[in-house]
Design a protein around this ligand. Structure first.
Ligand code: CDP
Length: 228
């Protein structure tokens, strides 16, 4: 059967990962969270006391970093590993969220991770979410979805998710962080978050998980149908 790559890009905390996981499990595809890779690089940079504003210093530690994913037997999901250490939990903290967009704007970081991501999708059958997946990583992806929702809805969802996972924060702090990341991600010079005309727009401010999933599945069917 024909396999395609699906790119899901969009703003911070709008449920890209949730949709990507739903699609990957329905289709038997691999889900790859590209944001987790940027977060893992950020964790390494902070652990090494490298200044995230210093592009050359960040660039110089990249050869020390290896990133891959392992299946977590308890959750059945893929966890990100930094130099062999499972860091899935640690990369979700606000400390990482507050620096990740700074690291992700550095061109050598992007080249390093994009190369890895392209290898992961070389055989098709991948659902990857991020900011530049349909524009840079897989420009020829058969289906590109751009997700968004209003910032207050997104902040509330992320706040609830963090709180459920035992991470102490406030709604205001989460809202400020996501607005700041949206700004940096959309205005950076290297592969900014942009919606080109080949994307399908999915605003899920007022959609349930089931509704967004069924909309996306229709697009998948179209993409598969068009390609057979
Ligand atoms: O899940 P959330 O929307 O909070 O963000 P994420 O997907 O974990 O990504 C964290 C950050 O990594 C983003 O705010 C971007 O700065 C960066 N990123 C990127 O630049 N390009 C990607 N393909 C994925 C993430």
């Amino acid at each position: 059967m024909k396999r395609i790559n699906i790119a899901i890009d969009g703003h911070s905390s709008c449920g890209k990962g949730t949709l990507a996981k739903q699609l990957a499990s329905a289709l038997g595809y691999k889900f790859i969270d590209s944001g987790a890779m940027y977060r893992a690089v950020t964790l390494y940079v902070l652990r090494m006391d490298v200044d995230p504003e210093n592009d050359d210093a960040v660039h110089s530690v990249l050869p020390q970093i290896s990133i891959d994913f392992v299946v977590n037997n308890a959750t059945g999901r893929s966890d990100v590993c930094l130099n062999g250490e499972n860091v899935e939990k640690e990369i979700r903290t606000l400390r990482i969220a507050n620096s990740v967009s700074q690291i992700a704007r550095i061109p050598s970081v992007r080249r390093f991770l994009v190369m890895l991501q392209q290898k992961m999708g070389a055989d098709k059958g991948v659902v990857m979410d991020g900011r530049d997946i349909g524009t840079v990583v897989f420009p020829d992806a058969e289906l590109k979805i751009f997700m968004t929702a209003n910032p207050e809805v997104r902040a509330l969802r992320r706040f609830n998710e963090l709180t459920e996972n035992g991470i102490k924060t406030t709604y205001e702090e989460v809202l400020a962080n996501l607005k700041q990341r949206d700004h940096i991600d959309s205005s950076r010079s290297d592969s900014p978050l942009t919606m080109t005309s080949d994307y399908r727009l999915l605003d899920n401010s007022d959609l349930s998980r089931e509704e967004q999933f069924s909309q996306a599945l229709k697009w998948v069917e179209e993409a598969l149908g068009n390609k057979i």
